[in-house]
Design a protein around this ligand. Sequence first.
Ligand SMILES: [Zn+2]
Length: 302
Amino acid sequence: MANNLSAPHFHNEEKAFAYVEERLWPNGPVCPHCGGVERISKMQGQSTRMGLYKCYQCRKPFTVRMGTLFESSKVKLNVWLMAMYLIAGSKKGISSNQLARTLGLTVKTAWFLSHRIREAMREGGFDLFGHGGGAVEVDETYIGRKAGKAVPKGGWGHKMKVLGLVDRNSGKSRFFHVDGGKEIQGIVLEDLSREARLMTDEHVMYRRVGREFAEHSAVHHYEKEYVRGDVTTNTIEGAFSIFKRGMRGVYQHCAEKHLHRYLAEFEFRYSHREKVGCNDAERADKMLKGIVGKRLTYQACV
Ligand SMILES: [Zn+2]
């Protein structure tokens, strides 16, 4: 994407169609009904819907929005692109209220838009972290408040628990909304290569799981030890602090059922941040690729 909001595809719907078609159909239009790529014509004429094609193999009409998260939304494609660009570029996220004001939408529409975009940001990579013996930092944090839970005198029982992993070599992160230790151990075993050098704090739940890996080193936070050689969890804690600042400042009222989408948003931005060589425009284009093939109905969203 162009590097600022003055680019024409943010302001002109026809340009927006061309922009999306170029990226989703690099080799020309593909019929979403039958998968055909031949005998497809662009429909012309004043009363024709924008971006409409007809497939003469299955005789059905389609646009580039069909079969993607853009489908069945009345919001203009250029507005979608602008929303994606804004979300991709704001380090701490952008609230639905702010998005509504900036784009001239109702808050409800802005909310649906941003939830769909978050869905597009869910990457769910299956490559193992720490492949080839790299360091992987693992840590947990607590956020918000579970519905109906009173604030206890001590402990974190009323909060939502988030597990984070950072692969130090690739700079990528993964965030999970988790219940407890067993689930954490399961994720660590599933997402890390056995060659990995696992780095955690001294929490007892990492001990047994740590034996499965080439190395497990823990920093002793209780003794105020944060770095020992290259053993540290400072990277994942830095990622958490961006997430928490965003959640506190922008998304104050995050229901537990939506937490995974916010986590996906922060994970995506973190994994494609400037430091790993990804600018706002490239990040937004990556997001666009995530739009393909993901459908999210309004019902599934509420
Ligand atoms: Zn077809």
